[in-house]
Design a binder for this molecule. Structure first.
Ligand code: FMN
Length: 390
């Protein structure tokens, strides 16, 4: 692993922090780029009241000098504006008055498993960290990874293809669909479907219920040869699946045609290798999602992730109060109704981080100049067989 990151911070604590290590020196990093991605993560129809309070802004604390990386770890902090309302609840030192412990674990959340694991009688101790607020750190790190990838012509984009039971109708994912989705409030490429999705969210809200859905992330312009077939933990498909599955609420990941391929015959699944007019190698289809044997094959990377409905319900499910050991209603927190568009932005970030790591592993280099020179040399090396489409 060349590129890695580590985050810290609680949902209602003072701030979220992330350290990104392994970036080459000489990469231009402007906080505006990070902020744009952070505000995309905060958007989306169906979010709860918290996002009206927070206006995420990245404070770059280290690793960047005069607007470019120095090769040192880059650290970024994002202030939680809501902290002022939680200063006692989240105090680092003993507060004047302790908050009432949360003892009625919410089904589907970290509460019960985390309380048992950490021997805590207050779910607040675990829920503050399990909260998806932490994903602001991944989006900040991912936005820097996107900047690095753009230096070698790679573009990572996402779109929402399902909310609850409302789906975008099939077809292979094309760049223009992702471009259309970019400005939609639900990141959906079809305005009519987006409207139906909003109605589905409104109706879930009225019922005190929540929704999940599916998003898709594509990476355009990736050269063949990233990742490896040589060990299980070097396979890029495994790394992408891990990165996506680690987003809170994600319960399924598909690469390319994914689960649907299992019901078809080999002859109608595998993407035939053809000779194009320019005498280079190409494919007519991309059911493999741009990865074969854990290695990129030069086609667009396509991944999908399925998110379960948000576990905090305004009409709470049954639970057991751990303080009294009596049946009770689960605790209710301020919460989202549906966060699939946000999860999609986080998905873009983790895919970008995984691909940036794979690109750094292949091309190396302590400076951006060296990294790009190695990249260009490799593109030249394979140019008899494969040409990049810019
Ligand atoms: C962007 C985003 C926002 C989320 N918002 C909430 C929320 O408001 N309330 C909630 O209960 N869960 C929310 N979740 C989901 C929980 O964080 C998640 O279900 C929980 O941590 C348990 O993890 P698991 O579902 O992966 O098992 C959100 C997830 C994401 C990705």
């Amino acid at each position: 692993m060349r590129l890695r990151f580590l985050s810290a911070g609680e949902s209602h604590g003072q701030r979220i922090c992330v350290i990104v290590e392994g970036l080459p020196a000489g990469l231009a990093v402007n906080p505006d780029e990070i902020n744009r991605e952070l505000s995309r993560r905060q958007g989306g129809y169906g979010r709860g009241g918290r996002m009206e309070i927070e206006k995420d802004r990245a404070l770059i604390v280290s690793g960047v000098r005069y607007g470019v990386t120095t090769g040192a770890p880059v650290s970024v902090e994002i202030e939680n504006l809501d902290y002022k309302n939680w200063a006692d609840v989240m105090a680092v030192e003993e507060p004047r008055e302790k908050a009432k412990p949360v003892t009625r674990p919410r089904p589907g959340h970290v509460d019960l498993a985390g309380m048992l694991k950490t021997a805590s009688m207050d779910a607040r101790d675990v829920m503050e960290r399990a909260s998806a607020r932490e994903t602001a750190s991944r989006v900040a790190a991912g936005s820097i990874a996107k900047l690095l990838l753009s230096e070698i012509g790679v573009r990572v984009m996402g779109m929402v293809v399902q909310i609850g039971s409302v789906k975008v109708s099939g077809g292979e994912a094309e760049l223009h669909s992702f471009e259309r989705a970019f400005s939609d409030p639900l990141l959906c490429c079809d305005p009519a479907v987006s409207k139906n999705m909003m109605e589905e969210i409104d109706s879930a809200r009225e019922d005190g219920d929540t929704l999940g859905g599916v998003f898709e992330v594509a990476a355009f312009g990736v050269v063949p040869g990233l990742g490896s077939h040589t060990q299980w933990d070097r396979r890029l498909d495994g790394k992408l699946a891990c990165a996506l599955m680690s987003i809170p609420g994600i319960k399924g990941v598909e690469i390319g045609g994914g689960f649907s391929l299992s019901a078809s015959k080999g002859s109608s699944v595998h993407d035939e290798i053809i000779l194009r007019e320019d005498e280079c190698i190409g494919r007519r289809t991309n059911r493999a999602g741009g990865i074969e044997a854990g290695i990129t094959n030069g086609e667009t990377i396509l991944v999908r992730a399925a998110m379960k409905p948000i576990p905090t319900l305004q009409k709470p499910l049954k639970t057991v109060d751990l303080a009294t050991m009596k049946e009770a209603s689960a605790s209710v927190e301020r919460s989202d109704i549906c966060a699939v568009p946000s999860a999609c932005v986080i998905g873009e970030a983790v895919v970008a981080l995984t691909l940036a790591d794979a690109a750094l592993e292949k091309f190396g280099g302590d400076s951006l100049k060296e990294f790009k020179r190695n990249y260009e040399g490799y593109v030249e090396q394979i140019s008899r067989f494969w040409k990049i489409e810019r």
